[in-house]
Design a protein around this ligand. Structure first.
Ligand code: NIG
Ligand code: FE
Length: 415
C-alpha cells in the first residue's frame, strides 16, 4: 500500500531530472501539469504526472487549489554566524559603501568578532531558528558556509555546527569552508593569512564538501584565489568562489578555468566571462537579494549568461550583512522583477540547477526521487513570484511526511 496520494493538483511543477545543470534554452523548459497526481511510498515518489486514480494510499491530500513542486534548494548561505549588524543600516544611509565598512573593520569583520565570541551551543541555537524558517518556506536542501572565524578554531566550530544541523533535522546540507572570506585585523600579511587557511584545508575537509574564497578588491586577488583553489582541489575539494560581486576582477573566468562547481554573485562579470559559460558546466549562482539589499542599480546579467548558453542558479546568500533574508521565495520575486528571467527559468534555478551548484540530486520529484515536496497556496506557479514577501508554502513534505503545515484556518487566531 502507498503512503500518500496528492490528488487533483491544480498545477504540478516537474523540473527535469538531469545529470548536469540545465543550460541556455533548456532553462526555459519546465513541465507544468494541470490536474496532476503525486503518489508517495516509503519516502519516495512512486508516480508524478497527469491525473490518475489507479493508485491507492493510506492518506489522500486534495490539492485542487494548490500548486505542487519539489522542495526548493538553497545553494548559497552564510547560515552559521554570531551577532547581527543592524547598526550598519545607518552607515549605509549616510552613503558608506559595503567595502568601506569592511575596510573600517566593520562588516564581515564585526561578524567574525561576534562568531568567535559565541559558544558552539549558542551558534547552533541561532542557526537552527534560521534554518527552520527556511524549511518552513519550502527549502529542504541547504548549503552553508563558514567564513566568520578566520582562525582554525572558529572556522571548525562553524563547520561542526553546520554538520550538527544536518544531523539534527536529517536534512541534506552541503558544507563549505570559506576560511579566506576576509583578512583578519591581526594578520601579518594577506599572504601569510592565506597560507594559514590553505594549511587547514585537510582538516576542514573532514567537515566540508566545498572550499570557497572571496575574490574582491581589498580582499583576495585573482592570483591568490587561483592559488587557494588549486590547493583546495589537491586536498580533495570541489571549489566555489565569491566572484565579481563589486569589481570585475575576472573571477568568473578563473572559476571556469579551475572547473569550479559554481561561481557566485557575478554582478560585475565581463563579457568574456559570460561567453566562457557556453563551454562550461560551472553554475553561475546569482544572488539578486544581495544586489537589492546593497542598494545597487546594476543586477547580475543572468539574461546574458543564459543567452550565452550558461547554467544559472538563484540563491539568497543569507548572511548578516549583505542579504539579511532566509526567504528564498522573496529572492525569486526579486529575480523575476530585476533579472528579466522567465518563471520557468527561475523555478529551474531554485530547484534542479541550484542542486547542481552544490552537487545534490535534489530539485526534482520524478519517479524514484525523495518525496521532498511543497504544496503552495497559490493558483499557479507564477503567482508565487508575483505576490512577494510572504510565505506561500502551505505544506512542506519531507521524505513523504508533512513537517510544516502553515495553512491558515479559523483556529489559527486566538481571538
Ligand atoms: O556573499 N561578499 C562576501 N560575503 C558575503 C557577505 C558577508 C557579510 O557581509 O557578512 C556575501 O555577500
Ligand atoms: Fe555569500
Amino acid at each position: 500500500m502507498n503512503d500518500l496520494i496528492i490528488q487533483n493538483i491544480k498545477q504540478l511543477i516537474l523540473p527535469k531530472s538531469t545529470n548536469r545543470p540545465l543550460k541556455g534554452k533548456e532553462l526555459d523548459e519546465l513541465t507544468t501539469i494541470d490536474n496532476g497526481t503525486v503518489v508517495v511510498k516509503d519516502g519516495k515518489i512512486v508516480y508524478s504526472g497527469e491525473y490518475t486514480d489507479e493508485y491507492e494510499a493510506k492518506e489522500t491530500i486534495d490539492a485542487s487549489d494548490k500548486v505542487v513542486s519539489p522542495s526548493l534548494v538553497e545553494a548559497h548561505t552564510h547560515l552559521v554566524h554570531g551577532g547581527s549588524r543592524e547598526h550598519e543600516m545607518a552607515l549605509k544611509r549616510q552613503g558608506v559603501s559595503y567595502l568601506e565598512i569592511l575596510e573600517q573593520g566593520g562588516g564581515i569583520l564585526s561578524t567574525v568578532e561576534a562568531t568567535r565570541n559565541t559558544s558552539e551551543a549558542d551558534l547552533l541555537k541561532k542557526a537552527e531558528k534560521q534554518l527552520l524558517t527556511m524549511m518552513q518556506h519550502g527549502v529542504l536542501t541547504v548549503e552553508a558556509k563558514s567564513g566568520y572565524g578566520l582562525d582554525k578554531e572558529t572556522e571548525l566550530k562553524q563547520l561542526r555546527v553546520s554538520n550538527q544541523l544536518a544531523d539534527k533535522f536529517n536534512l541534506e546540507m552541503k558544507h563549505t569552508f570559506l576560511g579566506p572570506h576576509a583578512i583578519p585585523k591581526d594578520a601579518t600579511s594577506n599572504q601569510a593569512f592565506l597560507d594559514e587557511m590553505i594549511a587547514m584545508l585537510p582538516e576542514a575537509k573532514q567537515y566540508a564538501d566545498f572550499a570557497d574564497i572571496f575574490c574582491e578588491t581589498g580582499v583576495f586577488t585573482i592570483e591568490e584565489s587561483k592559488k587557494y583553489m588549486e590547493a583546495a582541489k589537491e586536498a580533495g575539494f570541489r571549489v566555489k568562489i565569491h566572484a565579481d560581486e563589486i569589481d570585475p576582477l575576472g573571477g568568473l573566468e578563473l572559476a571556469i578555468d579551475e572547473d569550479a562547481i559554481s561561481a557566485d554573485h557575478l554582478v560585475a562579470s565581463s563579457e568574456e566571462g559570460k561567453q566562457k559559460l557556453n563551454n562550461s558546466d560551472t553554475v553561475a549562482v546569482i544572488l539578486p537579494g544581495t544586489t537589492f539589499y546593497l542598494g545597487k542599480e546594476q543586477y547580475a546579467d543572468a539574461r546574458g549568461m543564459i543567452d550565452n548558453n550558461g547554467a544559472i542558479a538563484i540563491a539568497t546568500d543569507f548572511n548578516p550583512g549583505s542579504c539579511v533574508t532566509n526567504n528564498l521565495q522573496l529572492v525569486m520575486s526579486i529575480a523575476s522583477l530585476k533579472l528579466k528571467l522567465s518563471s520557468n527559468e527561475i523555478w529551474n534555478a531554485v530547484t534542479v540547477n541550484a542542486a547542481k551548484a552544490i552537487d545534490s540530486e535534489a530539485g526534482t520529484i520524478n519517479k524514484g526521487d525523495k518525496a521532498n515536496i511543497v504544496l503552495w497556496d497559490a493558483p499557479n506557479y507564477e503567482y508565487i513570484l508575483y505576490h512577494f514577501g510572504v510565505n506561500h508554502a502551505d505544506k512542506v513534505i519531507k521524505d513523504g511526511r508533512i513537517i510544516f503545515d502553515n495553512a491558515i484556518s479559523e483556529s489559527t487566531i486566538n481571538a
